[in-house]
Design a protein around this ligand. Sequence first.
Ligand SMILES: [Zn+2]
Length: 645
Amino acid sequence: MQSSPFESHAPSVQPLLAAISAAGAPDPDLTISQWADQYRVLSRVSAGEPGRWRTSRTPFLREIMDCLSPSSPFSRVVFVKPAQIGGSELLLNMLGYIIHYAPGPAMLVQPTVELAKRFSRQRIASLIENTTVLAERVSDPRERDSGNTILAKEFPGGVLVATGANSSVGLRSMPARYLLMDEVDAYPPSASTGAAGTEEGDPVDLAIRRTGTFANRQIAMVSTPTIAEVSRIEQAYLESDQRKYFVPCPHCGVFQILRWAQIKWPDRVPAEAWYECERCHQRIADHHKPEMLARGQWRSEAPGDGETVGFWLNGLYSPWTTWSQLAKDFLRARKSPERMQTFTNTVLAETFQQAGATKTDASELLRRRQQYRPDTTLPAGVVLITLGADLQADRLELEIIGWGRDEESWSLAYIVLVGDPAQRDLWDSFDQVLSLQFAHPCGREFEIAAACVDSGFHPSIVQSFCSERMRRRVAPKIYPIKGAAGQRPIWPRMHSKSKDNRPLWVIGVDASKEALYARLKITEPGPGFCHFPIGDQYDLAYFEQLTAETCRVRYSKGFAHREWIKKTGVRNEALDARCYAYAALQSLIANRFRLNKQAEQIEAMVAAKSSGEDVERSPSALPGPQRPPPSGREPWVERRDWFAH
Ligand SMILES: [Zn+2]
Protein backbone atom coordinates (compact mmCIF):
# COMPACT_ATOMS: atom_id res chain seq x y z
CA MET A 1 0.00 0.00 0.00
CA GLN A 2 1.22 3.47 -0.83
CA SER A 3 1.67 5.80 2.10
CA SER A 4 0.98 9.49 1.86
CA PRO A 5 3.79 12.04 1.89
CA PHE A 6 2.23 13.53 4.98
CA GLU A 7 2.52 10.39 7.04
CA SER A 8 5.99 9.35 6.03
CA HIS A 9 7.17 12.82 4.98
CA ALA A 10 10.21 13.50 2.87
CA PRO A 11 11.18 10.07 1.46
CA SER A 12 8.16 9.38 -0.75
CA VAL A 13 8.15 12.92 -2.12
CA GLN A 14 11.63 12.79 -3.60
CA PRO A 15 10.73 10.71 -6.69
CA LEU A 16 7.83 13.05 -7.27
CA LEU A 17 10.05 16.11 -7.23
CA ALA A 18 12.36 14.43 -9.70
CA ALA A 19 9.39 13.87 -11.97
CA ILE A 20 8.44 17.52 -11.73
CA SER A 21 11.84 18.86 -12.70
CA ALA A 22 11.98 16.31 -15.52
CA ALA A 23 8.68 17.56 -16.86
CA GLY A 24 9.94 21.16 -16.76
CA ALA A 25 6.74 22.48 -18.31
CA PRO A 26 6.68 26.28 -18.70
CA ASP A 27 4.09 28.11 -16.61
CA PRO A 28 1.12 29.15 -18.73
CA ASP A 29 -0.03 32.73 -19.20
CA LEU A 30 -3.46 32.36 -17.68
CA THR A 31 -3.75 34.17 -14.31
CA ILE A 32 -5.51 32.61 -11.33
CA SER A 33 -8.59 34.85 -11.69
CA GLN A 34 -8.87 34.01 -15.40
CA TRP A 35 -8.48 30.32 -14.58
CA ALA A 36 -11.19 30.50 -11.90
CA ASP A 37 -13.64 32.28 -14.23
CA GLN A 38 -13.02 29.66 -16.89
CA TYR A 39 -12.97 26.44 -14.86
CA ARG A 40 -14.13 26.81 -11.24
CA VAL A 41 -17.60 25.64 -10.29
CA LEU A 42 -19.03 26.20 -6.79
CA SER A 43 -21.07 23.43 -5.27
CA ARG A 44 -24.58 23.85 -4.01
CA VAL A 45 -23.52 22.57 -0.59
CA SER A 46 -20.55 24.75 0.29
CA ALA A 47 -21.28 28.03 -1.49
CA GLY A 48 -23.91 30.65 -0.80
CA GLU A 49 -24.08 31.25 -4.55
CA PRO A 50 -23.61 27.92 -6.35
CA GLY A 51 -22.65 27.69 -10.01
CA ARG A 52 -19.79 29.09 -12.04
CA TRP A 53 -17.21 31.19 -10.16
CA ARG A 54 -17.40 34.85 -11.14
CA THR A 55 -14.52 37.09 -10.11
CA SER A 56 -16.76 40.05 -11.02
CA ARG A 57 -18.88 39.25 -7.95
CA THR A 58 -15.94 40.10 -5.66
CA PRO A 59 -13.81 42.19 -8.04
CA PHE A 60 -11.36 43.16 -5.28
CA LEU A 61 -10.09 39.54 -5.25
CA ARG A 62 -8.90 39.75 -8.89
CA GLU A 63 -5.62 41.56 -8.27
CA ILE A 64 -4.86 39.49 -5.16
CA MET A 65 -5.28 36.25 -7.10
CA ASP A 66 -3.23 37.55 -10.01
CA CYS A 67 -0.36 38.50 -7.68
CA LEU A 68 -0.32 34.83 -6.66
CA SER A 69 -0.02 33.71 -10.28
CA PRO A 70 3.36 32.45 -11.55
CA SER A 71 3.74 35.53 -13.78
CA SER A 72 3.66 37.86 -10.74
CA PRO A 73 6.91 39.57 -9.66
CA PHE A 74 5.99 39.13 -5.98
CA SER A 75 6.89 36.03 -3.99
CA ARG A 76 4.73 36.81 -0.95
CA VAL A 77 1.09 37.96 -0.96
CA VAL A 78 -0.48 39.21 2.28
CA PHE A 79 -4.25 39.63 2.62
CA VAL A 80 -5.69 41.25 5.75
CA LYS A 81 -9.40 40.52 5.57
CA PRO A 82 -12.68 40.53 7.47
CA ALA A 83 -14.58 37.29 8.00
CA GLN A 84 -16.73 36.05 5.09
CA ILE A 85 -15.18 37.98 2.22
CA GLY A 86 -13.87 35.05 0.17
CA GLY A 87 -10.38 34.59 1.64
CA SER A 88 -10.69 30.80 1.60
CA GLU A 89 -12.14 30.82 -1.93
CA LEU A 90 -9.07 32.72 -3.04
CA LEU A 91 -6.82 29.99 -1.63
CA LEU A 92 -9.00 27.30 -3.24
CA ASN A 93 -8.71 29.03 -6.63
CA MET A 94 -4.95 29.06 -6.17
CA LEU A 95 -5.00 25.32 -5.35
CA GLY A 96 -7.13 24.56 -8.41
CA TYR A 97 -4.76 26.54 -10.58
CA ILE A 98 -1.74 24.68 -9.17
CA ILE A 99 -3.31 21.25 -9.74
CA HIS A 100 -4.46 22.04 -13.26
CA TYR A 101 -2.04 24.59 -14.69
CA ALA A 102 1.16 24.98 -12.69
CA PRO A 103 1.79 21.72 -10.84
CA GLY A 104 4.36 21.56 -8.09
CA PRO A 105 4.65 20.67 -4.43
CA ALA A 106 2.16 22.75 -2.42
CA MET A 107 1.60 23.04 1.31
CA LEU A 108 -1.58 24.39 2.89
CA VAL A 109 -1.32 25.36 6.56
CA GLN A 110 -4.36 25.84 8.80
CA PRO A 111 -4.08 26.82 12.52
CA THR A 112 -4.36 23.17 13.65
CA VAL A 113 -4.24 19.71 12.09
CA GLU A 114 -7.92 19.26 12.99
CA LEU A 115 -8.85 22.42 11.08
CA ALA A 116 -6.69 21.27 8.16
CA LYS A 117 -8.63 17.98 8.06
CA ARG A 118 -11.94 19.80 8.17
CA PHE A 119 -10.87 22.25 5.44
CA SER A 120 -9.76 19.33 3.27
CA ARG A 121 -12.93 17.29 3.78
CA GLN A 122 -15.31 20.18 3.24
CA ARG A 123 -13.60 22.66 0.94
CA ILE A 124 -10.82 20.94 -1.01
CA ALA A 125 -12.93 17.83 -1.66
CA SER A 126 -15.74 20.01 -3.01
CA LEU A 127 -13.30 22.08 -5.12
CA ILE A 128 -12.02 18.92 -6.81
CA GLU A 129 -15.38 17.18 -7.20
CA ASN A 130 -17.12 20.14 -8.78
CA THR A 131 -14.37 21.29 -11.11
CA THR A 132 -14.05 18.78 -13.96
CA VAL A 133 -10.42 19.50 -14.89
CA LEU A 134 -9.42 18.88 -11.28
CA ALA A 135 -11.49 15.72 -10.81
CA GLU A 136 -9.64 14.32 -13.86
CA ARG A 137 -6.27 14.94 -12.22
CA VAL A 138 -6.84 13.94 -8.61
CA SER A 139 -8.05 10.40 -8.19
CA ASP A 140 -10.84 9.54 -5.83
CA PRO A 141 -9.42 8.85 -2.35
CA ARG A 142 -11.78 5.87 -2.08
CA GLU A 143 -9.92 4.09 -4.87
CA ARG A 144 -7.13 1.71 -3.91
CA ASP A 145 -3.65 3.17 -4.40
CA SER A 146 -5.13 6.54 -5.28
CA GLY A 147 -2.22 8.27 -3.51
CA ASN A 148 -4.77 10.37 -1.69
CA THR A 149 -5.63 10.79 1.95
CA ILE A 150 -7.41 13.60 3.72
CA LEU A 151 -4.17 15.49 4.24
CA ALA A 152 -2.35 14.61 1.01
CA LYS A 153 -3.48 14.77 -2.60
CA GLU A 154 -1.24 13.67 -5.44
CA PHE A 155 -1.76 14.91 -8.98
CA PRO A 156 0.34 14.76 -12.16
CA GLY A 157 3.50 16.80 -11.54
CA GLY A 158 2.79 17.69 -7.91
CA VAL A 159 1.36 17.00 -4.51
CA LEU A 160 -0.70 18.99 -2.06
CA VAL A 161 -0.14 18.47 1.65
CA ALA A 162 -2.45 20.06 4.20
CA THR A 163 -1.26 20.43 7.76
CA GLY A 164 -1.69 22.39 11.00
CA ALA A 165 0.56 25.13 12.39
CA ASN A 166 0.62 23.13 15.64
CA SER A 167 2.37 20.20 13.96
CA SER A 168 6.12 20.58 13.49
CA VAL A 169 6.16 17.17 11.76
CA GLY A 170 3.59 18.38 9.23
CA LEU A 171 5.39 21.68 8.66
CA ARG A 172 8.68 19.91 7.98
CA SER A 173 7.11 17.18 5.87
CA MET A 174 8.37 18.34 2.48
CA PRO A 175 9.86 21.17 0.44
CA ALA A 176 7.14 23.30 -1.12
CA ARG A 177 7.10 25.67 -4.05
CA TYR A 178 3.64 26.89 -3.08
CA LEU A 179 2.84 27.77 0.51
CA LEU A 180 -0.73 28.73 1.40
CA MET A 181 -1.14 29.92 5.00
CA ASP A 182 -4.71 30.48 6.14
CA GLU A 183 -5.77 32.38 9.32
CA VAL A 184 -2.16 32.97 10.43
CA ASP A 185 -3.29 35.07 13.42
CA ALA A 186 -4.79 31.92 14.92
CA TYR A 187 -1.49 30.02 14.69
CA PRO A 188 0.11 29.03 18.01
CA PRO A 189 3.28 30.95 18.98
CA SER A 190 5.31 27.79 18.50
CA ALA A 191 4.75 24.50 16.68
CA SER A 192 4.74 21.36 18.82
CA THR A 193 7.99 20.21 20.34
CA GLY A 194 10.00 17.84 18.18
CA ALA A 195 11.01 14.29 18.93
CA ALA A 196 14.14 15.49 20.72
CA GLY A 197 11.97 17.68 22.95
CA THR A 198 13.26 20.89 21.40
CA GLU A 199 11.17 24.00 20.76
CA GLU A 200 10.39 24.03 17.07
CA GLY A 201 9.80 27.75 16.76
CA ASP A 202 7.47 30.00 14.81
CA PRO A 203 5.26 27.90 12.50
CA VAL A 204 5.29 30.63 9.83
CA ASP A 205 9.11 30.64 9.76
CA LEU A 206 9.20 26.84 9.77
CA ALA A 207 6.86 26.65 6.80
CA ILE A 208 8.62 29.42 4.83
CA ARG A 209 11.93 27.62 5.34
CA ARG A 210 10.51 24.72 3.31
CA THR A 211 10.15 27.00 0.27
CA GLY A 212 13.82 28.05 0.35
CA THR A 213 14.96 25.82 -2.53
CA PHE A 214 12.45 27.25 -5.01
CA ALA A 215 13.43 30.46 -6.79
CA ASN A 216 9.89 30.75 -8.19
CA ARG A 217 8.10 30.18 -4.89
CA GLN A 218 4.69 31.71 -4.12
CA ILE A 219 3.66 32.36 -0.53
CA ALA A 220 0.13 33.39 0.42
CA MET A 221 -0.66 34.67 3.92
CA VAL A 222 -4.34 35.27 4.60
CA SER A 223 -5.96 36.17 7.92
CA THR A 224 -8.50 38.11 9.87
CA PRO A 225 -6.37 40.23 12.23
CA THR A 226 -6.54 39.78 16.00
CA ILE A 227 -4.68 41.69 18.68
CA ALA A 228 -2.48 44.72 18.06
CA GLU A 229 1.24 44.07 18.52
CA VAL A 230 0.93 40.28 18.35
CA SER A 231 -0.86 40.07 14.99
CA ARG A 232 1.27 38.20 12.42
CA ILE A 233 -0.82 39.36 9.46
CA GLU A 234 -0.56 43.02 10.49
CA GLN A 235 3.21 42.67 10.82
CA ALA A 236 3.45 41.08 7.35
CA TYR A 237 1.18 43.79 5.87
CA LEU A 238 3.43 46.50 7.34
CA GLU A 239 6.37 44.93 5.47
CA SER A 240 4.39 45.03 2.21
CA ASP A 241 3.51 47.84 -0.20
CA GLN A 242 0.22 48.25 1.75
CA ARG A 243 -2.52 48.37 -0.86
CA LYS A 244 -6.03 49.54 -0.06
CA TYR A 245 -9.11 49.33 -2.26
CA PHE A 246 -10.31 52.74 -3.48
CA VAL A 247 -13.83 52.97 -4.88
CA PRO A 248 -15.49 55.94 -6.64
CA CYS A 249 -18.39 57.88 -5.12
CA PRO A 250 -21.45 57.44 -7.39
CA HIS A 251 -22.24 61.17 -6.98
CA CYS A 252 -18.95 63.07 -7.19
CA GLY A 253 -16.68 60.31 -8.53
CA VAL A 254 -13.94 60.83 -5.92
CA PHE A 255 -12.07 57.61 -5.12
CA GLN A 256 -11.97 56.71 -1.44
CA ILE A 257 -11.47 53.85 1.01
CA LEU A 258 -14.68 52.62 2.65
CA ARG A 259 -14.36 53.58 6.32
CA TRP A 260 -16.54 52.76 9.29
CA ALA A 261 -16.72 56.41 10.38
CA GLN A 262 -18.70 57.25 7.20
CA ILE A 263 -21.61 54.94 8.04
CA LYS A 264 -24.37 57.11 9.52
CA TRP A 265 -27.85 56.46 10.82
CA PRO A 266 -30.59 58.44 12.54
CA ASP A 267 -30.40 58.05 16.33
CA ARG A 268 -31.63 54.55 17.28
CA VAL A 269 -32.66 53.70 13.72
CA PRO A 270 -29.77 51.59 12.36
CA ALA A 271 -32.18 50.12 9.79
CA GLU A 272 -31.94 53.44 7.91
CA ALA A 273 -28.15 53.53 7.78
CA TRP A 274 -26.33 54.95 4.76
CA TYR A 275 -22.75 55.60 3.65
CA GLU A 276 -21.72 59.24 3.51
CA CYS A 277 -19.19 60.20 0.82
CA GLU A 278 -16.22 61.79 2.58
CA ARG A 279 -15.92 64.42 -0.16
CA CYS A 280 -19.42 65.49 -1.29
CA HIS A 281 -21.22 64.19 1.85
CA GLN A 282 -24.05 62.76 -0.24
CA ARG A 283 -25.70 59.51 0.73
CA ILE A 284 -24.44 56.33 -0.93
CA ALA A 285 -27.02 53.53 -0.85
CA ASP A 286 -26.47 49.77 -0.79
CA HIS A 287 -27.50 49.46 -4.43
CA HIS A 288 -24.56 51.66 -5.48
CA LYS A 289 -22.06 49.17 -4.11
CA PRO A 290 -21.72 46.63 -6.97
CA GLU A 291 -20.85 49.37 -9.46
CA MET A 292 -18.40 51.00 -7.02
CA LEU A 293 -16.67 47.66 -6.37
CA ALA A 294 -16.43 46.95 -10.09
CA ARG A 295 -14.70 50.30 -10.72
CA GLY A 296 -12.45 49.99 -7.64
CA GLN A 297 -8.64 50.15 -7.72
CA TRP A 298 -5.99 48.83 -5.38
CA ARG A 299 -3.60 51.66 -4.51
CA SER A 300 -0.30 51.14 -2.76
CA GLU A 301 0.50 53.37 0.24
CA ALA A 302 4.08 52.28 1.04
CA PRO A 303 7.25 51.28 -0.83
CA GLY A 304 7.38 47.81 0.78
CA ASP A 305 10.28 45.36 0.71
CA GLY A 306 9.99 44.61 -3.03
CA GLU A 307 8.99 40.96 -2.48
CA THR A 308 5.77 41.38 -0.53
CA VAL A 309 2.51 42.73 -1.88
CA GLY A 310 -0.12 43.47 0.77
CA PHE A 311 -3.89 43.93 0.53
CA TRP A 312 -6.20 45.23 3.24
CA LEU A 313 -9.97 45.17 3.07
CA ASN A 314 -12.76 45.52 5.64
CA GLY A 315 -16.30 44.11 5.80
CA LEU A 316 -17.82 47.31 4.35
CA TYR A 317 -16.74 46.01 0.93
CA SER A 318 -18.66 42.76 1.27
CA PRO A 319 -21.26 42.35 -1.49
CA TRP A 320 -23.26 40.21 0.95
CA THR A 321 -23.89 42.79 3.67
CA THR A 322 -25.73 46.10 3.91
CA TRP A 323 -24.90 49.37 5.68
CA SER A 324 -27.84 48.79 8.05
CA GLN A 325 -26.67 45.28 8.93
CA LEU A 326 -23.25 46.70 9.83
CA ALA A 327 -24.84 49.43 11.97
CA LYS A 328 -26.93 46.84 13.82
CA ASP A 329 -23.87 44.61 14.37
CA PHE A 330 -22.01 47.59 15.77
CA LEU A 331 -24.78 48.51 18.22
CA ARG A 332 -24.84 44.95 19.49
CA ALA A 333 -21.04 44.80 19.77
CA ARG A 334 -20.85 48.07 21.67
CA LYS A 335 -22.32 46.40 24.74
CA SER A 336 -19.07 44.74 25.75
CA PRO A 337 -15.35 45.10 25.02
CA GLU A 338 -15.27 41.40 24.17
CA ARG A 339 -17.90 41.73 21.45
CA MET A 340 -16.24 44.94 20.32
CA GLN A 341 -13.02 43.02 19.75
CA THR A 342 -14.88 40.52 17.55
CA PHE A 343 -16.49 43.36 15.59
CA THR A 344 -13.15 45.17 15.20
CA ASN A 345 -11.42 42.01 13.96
CA THR A 346 -14.06 40.34 11.83
CA VAL A 347 -15.91 43.34 10.39
CA LEU A 348 -13.43 46.21 10.39
CA ALA A 349 -10.48 43.81 9.76
CA GLU A 350 -8.45 45.86 12.20
CA THR A 351 -6.35 44.71 15.11
CA PHE A 352 -7.86 45.34 18.52
CA GLN A 353 -5.95 47.50 20.94
CA GLN A 354 -6.04 45.46 24.11
CA ALA A 355 -7.18 47.23 27.20
CA GLY A 356 -4.24 48.08 29.39
CA ALA A 357 -1.93 48.55 26.44
CA THR A 358 -2.91 52.18 26.75
CA LYS A 359 -3.57 52.61 30.39
CA THR A 360 -6.30 54.57 32.10
CA ASP A 361 -4.90 57.32 34.25
CA ALA A 362 -5.61 57.22 38.01
CA SER A 363 -6.15 60.99 38.24
CA GLU A 364 -8.67 60.81 35.39
CA LEU A 365 -10.66 58.22 37.38
CA LEU A 366 -10.42 60.42 40.46
CA ARG A 367 -11.96 63.32 38.51
CA ARG A 368 -14.73 61.04 37.26
CA ARG A 369 -16.08 60.24 40.76
CA GLN A 370 -19.76 60.98 41.26
CA GLN A 371 -22.04 62.12 44.01
CA TYR A 372 -24.04 59.15 45.25
CA ARG A 373 -24.60 57.78 48.76
CA PRO A 374 -24.87 54.00 48.91
CA ASP A 375 -25.00 54.27 52.72
CA THR A 376 -28.46 55.85 52.46
CA THR A 377 -29.95 54.63 49.14
CA LEU A 378 -28.55 52.52 46.35
CA PRO A 379 -28.35 54.07 42.88
CA ALA A 380 -31.53 52.93 41.08
CA GLY A 381 -29.48 51.13 38.40
CA VAL A 382 -28.07 48.63 40.91
CA VAL A 383 -29.85 45.28 40.71
CA LEU A 384 -27.35 42.93 42.34
CA ILE A 385 -24.51 43.24 44.85
CA THR A 386 -21.28 41.23 45.10
CA LEU A 387 -18.17 41.45 47.24
CA GLY A 388 -14.50 40.65 46.66
CA ALA A 389 -11.95 40.39 49.47
CA ASP A 390 -8.17 40.29 49.29
CA LEU A 391 -6.45 38.83 52.33
CA GLN A 392 -3.09 40.26 53.41
CA ALA A 393 -0.88 39.29 56.38
CA ASP A 394 -2.41 41.93 58.66
CA ARG A 395 -5.69 42.95 57.05
CA LEU A 396 -8.58 42.17 54.75
CA GLU A 397 -9.27 44.66 51.94
CA LEU A 398 -12.64 44.38 50.29
CA GLU A 399 -14.88 46.07 47.79
CA ILE A 400 -18.65 45.88 47.55
CA ILE A 401 -19.96 46.44 44.03
CA GLY A 402 -23.48 47.04 42.77
CA TRP A 403 -24.19 45.69 39.28
CA GLY A 404 -26.74 46.90 36.76
CA ARG A 405 -27.90 46.26 33.22
CA ASP A 406 -25.07 45.20 30.85
CA GLU A 407 -22.64 45.03 33.78
CA GLU A 408 -22.60 48.75 34.44
CA SER A 409 -21.21 48.92 37.98
CA TRP A 410 -21.33 51.15 41.05
CA SER A 411 -18.66 50.82 43.72
CA LEU A 412 -20.60 50.84 47.01
CA ALA A 413 -17.81 50.60 49.57
CA TYR A 414 -14.11 49.97 49.86
CA ILE A 415 -13.28 48.73 53.34
CA VAL A 416 -10.02 47.82 55.04
CA LEU A 417 -10.43 45.57 58.08
CA VAL A 418 -7.19 45.60 60.05
CA GLY A 419 -6.43 42.52 62.16
CA ASP A 420 -4.60 39.24 62.42
CA PRO A 421 -6.16 36.61 60.15
CA ALA A 422 -5.29 33.98 62.76
CA GLN A 423 -7.57 35.76 65.29
CA ARG A 424 -11.35 35.55 65.44
CA ASP A 425 -11.87 39.35 65.62
CA LEU A 426 -11.04 39.98 61.99
CA TRP A 427 -13.50 37.33 60.84
CA ASP A 428 -16.26 38.60 63.14
CA SER A 429 -15.90 42.03 61.55
CA PHE A 430 -15.94 40.49 58.11
CA ASP A 431 -19.06 38.52 59.03
CA GLN A 432 -20.82 41.78 59.87
CA VAL A 433 -19.80 43.34 56.53
CA LEU A 434 -21.18 40.30 54.72
CA SER A 435 -24.50 40.81 56.51
CA LEU A 436 -24.89 44.45 55.40
CA GLN A 437 -28.17 45.40 53.80
CA PHE A 438 -28.72 48.22 51.33
CA ALA A 439 -31.91 50.18 50.77
CA HIS A 440 -33.01 50.26 47.14
CA PRO A 441 -35.41 52.81 45.58
CA CYS A 442 -37.68 49.86 44.67
CA GLY A 443 -38.48 49.61 48.38
CA ARG A 444 -36.53 46.46 49.20
CA GLU A 445 -33.37 45.87 51.17
CA PHE A 446 -30.63 44.28 49.07
CA GLU A 447 -28.19 41.80 50.52
CA ILE A 448 -24.82 40.90 49.08
CA ALA A 449 -25.60 38.02 46.72
CA ALA A 450 -22.16 36.45 46.27
CA ALA A 451 -18.65 36.95 47.61
CA CYS A 452 -15.16 35.71 46.77
CA VAL A 453 -12.39 35.63 49.38
CA ASP A 454 -8.76 35.23 48.44
CA SER A 455 -7.43 32.21 50.32
CA GLY A 456 -3.82 33.02 49.54
CA PHE A 457 -2.20 33.54 52.95
CA HIS A 458 -4.27 31.30 55.17
CA PRO A 459 -6.18 28.81 53.01
CA SER A 460 -7.48 26.66 55.83
CA ILE A 461 -8.77 29.61 57.89
CA VAL A 462 -10.50 31.13 54.84
CA GLN A 463 -12.02 27.80 53.85
CA SER A 464 -13.31 27.15 57.36
CA PHE A 465 -14.85 30.61 57.51
CA CYS A 466 -16.55 30.17 54.14
CA SER A 467 -17.87 26.66 54.77
CA GLU A 468 -19.12 27.62 58.23
CA ARG A 469 -21.03 30.55 56.70
CA MET A 470 -22.37 28.38 53.90
CA ARG A 471 -23.68 25.93 56.52
CA ARG A 472 -25.67 28.73 58.16
CA ARG A 473 -27.31 29.23 54.76
CA VAL A 474 -27.22 33.02 54.98
CA ALA A 475 -26.48 35.34 52.09
CA PRO A 476 -24.12 35.80 50.43
CA LYS A 477 -22.93 32.68 48.68
CA ILE A 478 -19.27 32.81 49.64
CA TYR A 479 -16.37 31.13 47.87
CA PRO A 480 -12.74 30.62 48.92
CA ILE A 481 -10.78 31.45 45.76
CA LYS A 482 -7.29 31.58 44.37
CA GLY A 483 -6.36 33.86 41.45
CA ALA A 484 -4.38 32.37 38.59
CA ALA A 485 -2.78 34.06 35.57
CA GLY A 486 -2.87 32.80 32.00
CA GLN A 487 -5.63 31.79 29.65
CA ARG A 488 -8.51 30.56 31.79
CA PRO A 489 -12.12 31.63 32.30
CA ILE A 490 -12.90 34.15 35.06
CA TRP A 491 -15.13 31.61 36.80
CA PRO A 492 -14.04 27.95 36.63
CA ARG A 493 -16.46 25.33 35.33
CA MET A 494 -15.65 23.20 38.36
CA HIS A 495 -13.97 23.86 41.66
CA SER A 496 -10.55 22.44 42.49
CA LYS A 497 -9.40 20.86 45.73
CA SER A 498 -6.97 22.43 48.17
CA LYS A 499 -4.11 20.48 49.76
CA ASP A 500 -6.35 19.42 52.65
CA ASN A 501 -9.01 18.30 50.17
CA ARG A 502 -11.44 21.21 50.55
CA PRO A 503 -13.14 22.96 47.63
CA LEU A 504 -11.22 25.89 46.15
CA TRP A 505 -12.26 27.96 43.14
CA VAL A 506 -9.39 28.98 40.86
CA ILE A 507 -10.35 32.15 39.01
CA GLY A 508 -8.83 33.61 35.82
CA VAL A 509 -7.53 36.99 36.89
CA ASP A 510 -6.07 37.94 33.48
CA ALA A 511 -9.46 37.80 31.78
CA SER A 512 -11.01 39.79 34.58
CA LYS A 513 -8.26 42.45 34.46
CA GLU A 514 -8.73 42.70 30.71
CA ALA A 515 -12.46 43.26 31.15
CA LEU A 516 -11.93 45.79 33.94
CA TYR A 517 -9.29 47.82 32.09
CA ALA A 518 -11.41 47.92 28.96
CA ARG A 519 -14.28 49.22 31.07
CA LEU A 520 -12.28 51.85 32.91
CA LYS A 521 -11.70 53.42 29.50
CA ILE A 522 -15.43 53.89 28.95
CA THR A 523 -16.19 57.53 29.75
CA GLU A 524 -19.99 57.64 29.50
CA PRO A 525 -22.45 55.89 31.86
CA GLY A 526 -24.02 52.86 30.14
CA PRO A 527 -22.95 49.28 29.39
CA GLY A 528 -19.75 48.37 31.27
CA PHE A 529 -19.21 51.83 32.77
CA CYS A 530 -17.70 51.88 36.29
CA HIS A 531 -19.13 54.42 38.77
CA PHE A 532 -17.14 55.46 41.85
CA PRO A 533 -18.60 57.64 44.62
CA ILE A 534 -16.94 60.71 46.09
CA GLY A 535 -15.61 59.57 49.46
CA ASP A 536 -12.46 59.36 51.55
CA GLN A 537 -11.65 55.80 50.62
CA TYR A 538 -11.77 56.63 46.90
CA ASP A 539 -8.65 58.80 46.86
CA LEU A 540 -5.80 58.97 44.38
CA ALA A 541 -3.99 56.13 46.17
CA TYR A 542 -7.06 53.92 45.63
CA PHE A 543 -7.18 54.62 41.89
CA GLU A 544 -3.42 54.12 41.63
CA GLN A 545 -3.92 50.66 43.08
CA LEU A 546 -6.78 49.99 40.71
CA THR A 547 -4.61 50.90 37.71
CA ALA A 548 -1.48 49.30 39.17
CA GLU A 549 -0.96 46.80 36.38
CA THR A 550 -0.42 47.13 32.68
CA CYS A 551 -0.70 44.57 29.94
CA ARG A 552 2.61 44.27 28.15
CA VAL A 553 3.70 42.35 25.15
CA ARG A 554 6.80 40.37 25.99
CA TYR A 555 8.99 38.78 23.34
CA SER A 556 10.50 35.43 24.09
CA LYS A 557 12.45 33.58 21.40
CA GLY A 558 10.93 35.97 18.90
CA PHE A 559 7.29 35.31 19.83
CA ALA A 560 4.97 37.79 21.42
CA HIS A 561 3.17 36.89 24.65
CA ARG A 562 0.87 39.14 26.62
CA GLU A 563 1.31 39.38 30.35
CA TRP A 564 0.20 41.60 33.24
CA ILE A 565 2.90 43.52 35.04
CA LYS A 566 2.58 45.40 38.30
CA LYS A 567 4.18 48.81 38.41
CA THR A 568 7.01 48.84 40.93
CA GLY A 569 6.28 50.42 44.30
CA VAL A 570 2.50 50.43 43.84
CA ARG A 571 0.15 48.19 45.81
CA ASN A 572 -2.64 46.43 43.97
CA GLU A 573 -5.10 45.14 46.59
CA ALA A 574 -7.86 47.38 45.22
CA LEU A 575 -7.42 45.78 41.80
CA ASP A 576 -7.49 42.26 43.25
CA ALA A 577 -10.57 42.96 45.38
CA ARG A 578 -12.42 44.31 42.32
CA CYS A 579 -11.43 41.31 40.21
CA TYR A 580 -12.73 38.98 42.94
CA ALA A 581 -16.04 40.88 43.20
CA TYR A 582 -16.35 40.54 39.41
CA ALA A 583 -15.63 36.80 39.70
CA ALA A 584 -18.44 36.62 42.28
CA LEU A 585 -20.81 38.11 39.68
CA GLN A 586 -19.56 35.58 37.13
CA SER A 587 -20.22 32.75 39.62
CA LEU A 588 -23.91 33.70 39.59
CA ILE A 589 -24.01 34.09 35.81
CA ALA A 590 -22.42 30.63 35.50
CA ASN A 591 -25.37 29.38 37.55
CA ARG A 592 -27.94 30.75 35.11
CA PHE A 593 -28.45 34.12 36.79
CA ARG A 594 -29.38 36.77 34.19
CA LEU A 595 -28.41 40.31 35.11
CA ASN A 596 -30.54 42.03 32.45
CA LYS A 597 -33.60 39.97 33.34
CA GLN A 598 -33.11 40.96 36.98
CA ALA A 599 -32.80 44.60 35.83
CA GLU A 600 -36.16 44.37 34.04
CA GLN A 601 -37.84 43.05 37.18
CA ILE A 602 -36.30 45.68 39.46
CA GLU A 603 -37.18 48.45 37.01
CA ALA A 604 -40.77 47.20 37.04
CA MET A 605 -40.74 47.27 40.86
CA VAL A 606 -39.40 50.84 40.88
CA ALA A 607 -42.06 51.89 38.39
CA ALA A 608 -44.76 50.13 40.43
CA LYS A 609 -43.58 51.84 43.59
CA SER A 610 -43.59 55.29 42.07
CA SER A 611 -47.12 54.69 40.75
CA GLY A 612 -48.26 53.72 44.27
CA GLU A 613 -48.75 49.93 43.88
CA ASP A 614 -48.16 47.64 46.80
CA VAL A 615 -44.59 46.53 46.31
CA GLU A 616 -44.72 43.80 48.91
CA ARG A 617 -47.03 41.75 46.72
CA SER A 618 -44.66 41.85 43.76
CA PRO A 619 -42.79 38.58 43.38
CA SER A 620 -39.31 38.69 44.74
CA ALA A 621 -36.73 39.08 42.03
CA LEU A 622 -33.71 38.92 44.27
CA PRO A 623 -31.49 35.85 44.43
CA GLY A 624 -30.56 34.42 47.81
CA PRO A 625 -32.59 34.23 50.99
CA GLN A 626 -34.60 37.28 51.96
CA ARG A 627 -34.65 38.65 55.45
CA PRO A 628 -36.79 41.51 56.71
CA PRO A 629 -34.76 44.55 57.77
CA PRO A 630 -34.49 45.00 61.54
CA SER A 631 -37.50 47.04 62.56
CA GLY A 632 -37.12 50.73 63.15
CA ARG A 633 -33.42 50.76 62.48
CA GLU A 634 -31.31 51.63 59.50
CA PRO A 635 -28.66 48.90 59.62
CA TRP A 636 -26.29 50.82 57.42
CA VAL A 637 -26.22 53.88 59.66
CA GLU A 638 -25.15 51.78 62.60
CA ARG A 639 -22.24 50.41 60.69
CA ARG A 640 -20.91 53.62 59.29
CA ASP A 641 -17.74 53.04 61.23
CA TRP A 642 -16.71 50.65 58.43
CA PHE A 643 -15.71 53.75 56.60
CA ALA A 644 -13.47 55.01 59.38
CA HIS A 645 -10.50 52.98 58.11
ZN1 LIG B 1 -19.15 61.98 -3.34
